[in-house]
Design a protein around this ligand. Sequence first.
Ligand code: SAM
Length: 297
Amino acid sequence: MPLFRRDHPREQGSADPPASTVARTRGAREPGWRSFDDVAAIYSRSLELKTEPPAADLIELLQVPTGARVLDVGTGTGAAARHAAAAAGEAGLVVGVDPSVGMVREAASRDAGPRYAASTSIDLPFRDGTFDRLAGAFVISFFTDYRTALFELLRVLRPGGRAGFAAWAEGEDQDEFRRAWAEVQEEFAEPEVLADAHHEAVPWEELFSNKDRLKDALHDAGLRDIWIERRSYRVETTTEQYLTGREITPTGRFLREMLGDELWPSFQRRAREVFASRFAERFTDFHEALLAVGHKP
Ligand SMILES: C[S@@+](CC[C@H](N)C(=O)[O-])C[C@H]1O[C@@H](n2cnc3c(N)ncnc32)[C@H](O)[C@@H]1O
């Protein structure tokens, strides 16, 4: 029987994220677990292995010219920003922004190329039309109000500039490794509680995993000539790297906070036990991403 259960059912069929679903979850505290602050160093050596190749492809699709000004929103540990800086060269200017100070610090410690600032995508500290290119790798699903955020992001892009976004594609979470991870999580918390937490942290993941809906959202925001590609990626990983990465995803962080210091090690042990019994020590993890690029008229 899982330890954590949901107090109230979520409204069926609601397209909007609930105001604060997790606050309604038994035992939930202020959702500090939503922040990436404490996991930045671990992100660099686990989840970044997964986001960096599509982030690099996104920058390539954006065709960043030498000397360009590029904004990387939700830069995290700077994967897309570093590729943009390589493309823009010394004459260019690449700025990575992220609300997580921990992520921005980690990004800044990695490379001297891009500049970084702690900021959300709302009220960006830049004048209208500052940037030639705008990149957002695996971040739009996190925006609380994505319409307002996209409006603000396009404000700082110059007319004629290009914007590109990467998001995980439909079916991305349907493999044997993700299922095994979900099974272990569900030994400790009800699936509904985990789904609430995920929805709270990443409210638009499902919406933006769909090519047509992603295109519609970007078109409604004002982008034109939108081109969307679905690409496949493979990451060679060890069980430890994989599990460390899953532990710092939003639901992993949520569970850690819920279980506390006493129970978290039992969860970690159980996950390693299950993976050791089913999979080899090294395996290939496949991913599907959508890469969308358009221009501002
Ligand atoms: C999955 S990580 C992606 C990081 C990086 N772009 C990459 O591809 O590895 C999502 C990032 O978005 C940031 N984020 C969350 N909400 C945001 C918002 N409203 N505006 C900008 N960034 C946000 C998080 O702090 C986190 O660093």
